[in-house]
Design a protein around this ligand. Structure first.
Ligand code: MN
Length: 228
């Protein structure tokens, strides 16, 4: 049967050191997965478990490394995150076998319209306007776990114009990667191509047009983004 119009392209992520591309299916994100960030956002990590929200696959790629400052916000924040890419799926995945589902890792930025998010929180409304806007989730190339293993510690950092803003360690995550996959698979059917942002350490803050944002996860990858 004919398509009414050309279908939207599948978003393909580059793989470091390879000509292979990783086709994206869904994008999940974990909120408040580092205690110090939960506290800076006004939460209590002893009482509130991390939780999930989503971005769209086509939010993950930038053109020429440029993050276009979004409309309808004057307070856009950076959140540097370790990102997990799955090549196997399933439901009710056990913590013990969860890492078998991981293809590789990247560093990404969960750009957030913080002003719109604060309004949504106050009104009890969903977060898409704050989180799932155009080009809101740039990523480094994916690095296969077959090359680097599964990082359980390592510095996670972000600077704006060479001024350090975020500096944590992935060993500070409340839910570790296997626990995130297991928990998510109880709520959704996971599949190859799913991508998970695992939460940000403390130090989130605003970016402005003209800023140069650099970030990385030690032992995984680095990423540079220009805000325009
Ligand atoms: Mn985040």
């Amino acid at each position: 049967m004919p398509s009414l119009f050309p279908p939207a392209p599948i978003v393909m992520l580059p793989v470091s050191g390879s000509d292979d591309m990783f086709p994206v299916r869904r994008v999940y994100c974990v909120g408040r997965n580092y205690a110090a960030h939960a506290i800076e956002m006004g939460g209590d990590p002893d009482r509130e478990a991390p939780f999930f929200f989503q971005k769209n696959p086509d939010n993950l790629t930038l053109t020429d490394g440029i993050f276009p400052y979004p409309s309808q916000s004057s307070d856009v924040h950076h959140e540097v995150e370790l990102v997990v890419a799955l090549h196997r799926g399933g439901r009710d995945i056990a913590v013990d076998t969860a890492l078998d589902h991981v293809f590789g890792y990247a560093v990404g930025i969960d750009f957030t319209r913080r002003d719109r998010q604060a309004e949504a929180k106050a009104a009890g409304r969903p977060w898409e306007v704050a989180k799932a806007f155009e080009q809101s989730g740039p990523l480094s190339p994916l690095v296969p776990a077959s090359r680097i293993g599964h990082p359980t510690e390592g510095r996670i950092w972000l600077s704006v114009n060479d001024t350090p803003r975020q500096d944590g360690n992935v060993n500070q995550m409340s839910w570790k990667v296997p626990e995130i996959i297991a928990e998510l698979s109880r709520l959704f059917t996971l599949a190859p191509g799913d991508v998970i942002f695992t939460g940000t350490p403390s130090g989130v803050g605003p970016v402005e047009r003209g800023d140069r944002v650099t970030c990385g996860v030690e032992g995984v990858a680095a990423l540079a983004v220009s805000v325009r």
